[in-house]
Design a protein around this ligand. Sequence first.
Ligand code: DCT
Ligand code: MG
Length: 587
Amino acid sequence: MKGKRNKGKEEKIVKQPEARQVFKGMYFYFYPNNTINEVRRVRIIKAIEFGAEWVKDWQEGITHVVVSKGHTYPHLLKFLKMPSLPIDIVVVNDDFIPGCIEYRGLMSMETLKDIHQVEGHKTNMAPPDIPSSSPDTRRSLQIKPSKKQMQPSQTPSVTEQSSLEVAHALRAADERSLAQLPTGAADPLFELMKEAKELQELPIDTEDEDSNAAISPIEDDSDESSPKKGSKASASRDGNSWQDNFQCMHKNTGMGGSDNPNARTIQVLQQMCEYYNKMQDQWRTIAYRKAIASLRKETKKISTRKEARNLPYVGERLAAKIEEIFFTDRLRRLDNAQQEPTDAVLQMFMKIYGVGFSQASKWVNQGYRSLEDLSARAKLTENQRIGIRHFEDFNSRIPRKEVEQHGKIVRETLQAMDPAFEITIMGSYRRGMKDSGDIDLIITKKNASLQDIRSIVITTLVPKLSAFGFLKAGLATMYNDSGSKWHGASVLPGSKVWRRIDLLLVPWNEIGAAMLYFTGNDIFNRSIRLLASKKGMRLNQRGLYKDVSRGQNRQKLTEGTLVESRSERKIFQILGVPWRDPVHRIC
Ligand code: DCT
Ligand code: MG
């Protein structure tokens, strides 16, 4: 039975004692109203355990409609074929369930209902219509007095006590139910809160990120053992300097290689990480990356939950997943994710160039299920049409040789106009990868300003390369004053395959910082930027700055003074990071 879920069997649901049944007397209709999705299944079970009735077919008497993430109120109405819902039905998103169980007694149902609104739906202020046959329940639904209203000497009421107990009971129940459920089926609210707490000190500093929507705004990686405020000189637990904990301090050439005893586990976790990354779930993506980094450093095979739990950044749930991978050679959560049909469609739509989670989920909610569907029926922008038409091209890797040929065409064309121009191929190519997702080209010229470079590129280079038929389309172009990039598509002569190409215009005096940034990889960049920020500095694609003061939550209060921007090596030196070749910046 190992690794298999009892799909056909009825779920055994154990009701909570009556005092804990925060949903008693409530009738929940879920949208979608099935248990195909693992998260929804767990929530339905929890709702029933805590007293709710699950209504399977639409009928009178429903008190709550619980709408799953990614679905909206208009979509619900369309599904029900109703112009609106009766005013007394409470419409909430599915975080309402864990929220009520955890915070009931600390927050009122009304507040919780407002927190858990559904997209496209205005909160209805009427209290839920609790059936009169359950007077006790009605009492338990009354809004609690605020803390201010309570006298300090007052002992908590029975209801409050039981609500707190419920929160504890839920945690325990969650742990217990995890043993029975597929290990990845944990309630995401709790996982998210836990992860958010672990990561709350991370600096979020998106101001200097490339503004391309396709570039994720997640910023910086952190380390458990890095010093908290005011303890910069402290050593990490393994006795190394705290700096050693940053990814950028270690040579890295890839995923740990097949000689790593945990290579298979790393591979499966990496797929999960990629899945969450695609779903734009930044907390889980970071949590997985950190766990993978811990495993990569491990020299012995990790097979049990207990061993995994001892690794830095590996919590209870990730430890269970590591154990599952060891024993089954796979992860059921990944299988489930891959089986959810709308997840697969969503992921496919998110692979269309320039399309993010919000656009993709809109299309899924509007009922589109394939690229053909979109092309035939959806209202699309010109760039979206290009992205769909060249979906295969843009999603295939570009062999290193071909990347070089694209670079050569741009270099020769530009240098024929002005031999002083310098073109360098960046990104994964500079890190020595055998293939790349796109072609990243830095264009610069000795002593030239951004304006100098831009005027040639925009007025002469792009039109010329377009006339040759090499450049096919400008997908994200920036021609304004600070514009420093041209994102588009290019095709080699004689080929039909369109490739994504980025022209990155860099003024001469910023070339070192830009080389560092556009080499990546993204994790290395986050790591080195975090290191700079821990040293009171700031690093971005334009330079390294000192005397940056930061407020609470590490937001930047002053810009700081430029320290270095011309030399990539000097930036490493000033930060105290030993130089590493681009091929060793793969984290
Ligand atoms: N970059 C970053 N953070 C991001 C995205 C990009 O620091 N979120 C930097 C590092 C790499 C560089 O920009 C180029 O970006 P991509 O082309 O997206 O990445 P790549 O490393 O070149 O990988 P690929 O082969 O997929 O293009
Ligand atoms: Mg690239």
